[in-house]
Ligand binder design. Structure first.
Ligand code: GSH
Length: 198
């Protein structure tokens, strides 16, 4: 199994941290971000979106972290991280979808402005969506007191963690969000968790 990635990529981190937790060996292939290797014709053959992460698994190529997480969880963790009971699966997938909506289009892209100067004119919208993301997480964590779904760590945590953790890099401080900070710490205490910028 090959993972095309960068260490700065939060979406790549999701795959790396789940593989680490599950003890699954993945060959990490570091692409050259500064040389824009992810936009090269060879890379675009793997992922027409020109993004990392990309995984090659048994001669098939997959180009979204959600697909990678679903594969790893179902192939290597039984019912633990993504159960197949329809209601339980729906509960986890709801948070994976949220990670690709408000978390990505709020928190991740706010950081895209501050770190990469990408679409600075859109910053206010990113900050509005960031606030929604943190409000929704807080709303849920106040109810559950621990995890986002099913009363245990699942793909919901893996999907939402990286760009919530990095919120301050996008000028979104986490001090006003104590439930979210406690949840980040809970994630980091999971056996096999990795430091984000390692
Ligand atoms: N939905 C995709 C998002 C992937 C993504 O946004 N990757 C970023 C790095 S974390 C990237 O490669 N950005 C380069 C670009 O969009 O041009 C996933 O979850 O894999």
């Amino acid at each position: 199994m090959k993972l095309y990635m960068t260490t700065m990529s939060g979406n790549s981190f999701k795959v790396r941290v789940l593989a680490s937790i599950l003890g699954v060996e993945v060959e990490e292939i570091h692409i050259n971000w500064d040389d824009r290797e992810h936009k090269s014709p060879a890379f675009l053959e793997r992922n027409p979106r020109g993004q990392v992460p990309v995984m090659e698994i048994e001669n098939r190529t997959f180009w979204d972290s959600t697909a990678h997480l679903v594969y790893l969880a179902r192939a290597y963790s039984g019912e633990d991280w993504l159960p197949v009971d329809p209601l339980d699966m729906a509960e986890v997938m709801q948070w994976m979808s949220f990670a690709q909506d408000e978390v990505q289009f709020g928190l991740m892209w706010a950081r895209g402005v501050t770190v990469y100067n990408r679409r600075p004119e859109a910053m206010q919208g990113y900050l509005d969506d960031s606030r929604t993301a943190l409000e929704v997480l807080t709303w849920q964590l106040k109810k559950t007191g621990d995890w986002l779904a099913l009363g245990r760590p699942t793909l919901a945590e893996i999907s939402c963690y990286p760009y919530v953790k990095r919120a301050p890099e996008g000028d979104v401080p986490l001090e006003p969000w104590p439930e979210v900070r406690a949840w980040l710490a809970r994630c980091e205490a999971i056996t096999g968790w990795l430091p984000l910028d390692d």
